[in-house]
Design a protein around this ligand. Structure first.
Ligand code: HEC
Length: 168
């Protein structure tokens, strides 16, 4: 018995070193320097931006709010991978850097995924109760994606030309 307790300080010290080393190694979780407000870039109204902020921004913008458990390995690696994957699909903080065509593609994907209830991912919803979307939230985002898509269509010269004469 005395032996076990005798080792406790040593074991805690070792654990501390291992965990801090792993934390240093998984420093990838930085938010990029450019934490531009995304609402303006993507033509979101305040209510739309609020829903996006609550349910999507952690993985699809540079404004990720990293929870305390996202710093603890090995969970940290899995969470960072998810965020990086989400951002690499589309990152609303970098929206104005995308071509009009790409933005339209993202908007279509957003509309489809929301209608199929694919996003936010289920595991994320379990961890973040506030990210669950009501029908109304979903409709807000879907309508924004549709309206913004139409607006961009008007701004895309090649498409505008091929749509000439088609009433919008
Ligand atoms: C926990 C992180 C996370 C959150 C939160 C999240 N996403 Fe995603 N999203 C991802 C990842 C990761 C992918 C990459 C594709 C995949 O793994 O399914 C993705 C892919 C997508 C895609 C493309 C999927 C496809 O069809 O190929 C769309 C559109 C999308 N997300 C929209 C949203 C919207 C809208 C929200 C908020 C309502 C949201 N996401 C919230 C992580 C997230």
């Amino acid at each position: 018995m005395a032996n076990v307790y005798g080792r406790l300080p040593f074991v805690s010290a070792l654990l501390f070193v291992v965990v801090s080393t792993l934390m240093l190694l998984s420093r990838k979780q930085a938010n990029h320097a450019a934490v531009a407000p995304f609402e303006g870039q993507a033509g979101m109204s305040a209510p739309v931006a609020k829903v996006f902020e609550r349910a999507c921004k952690d993985c699809h913008s540079n404004r990720t709010a990293w929870p305390w458990y996202s710093k603890i390995p090995p969970l940290s690696l899995a969470i960072a991978a998810d965020v990086n994957r989400g951002r690499s699909f589309f990152n609303l903080s970098e929206w104005s850097g995308y071509s009009l065509g790409r933005r339209r593609g993202f908007l279509l994907a957003i509309e489809t995924d929301l209608k199929r209830d694919k996003m936010p991912p289920r595991t994320y919803r379990w961890m973040h109760r506030k990210s669950s979307l009501t029908e109304q939230d979903r409709a807000l985002l879907v309508n924004w994606a549709k309206a913004e898509g139409l607006l961009l269509r008007g701004k895309t010269p090649s498409l505008a030309k091929s749509n000439a004469g088609v009433p919008r």
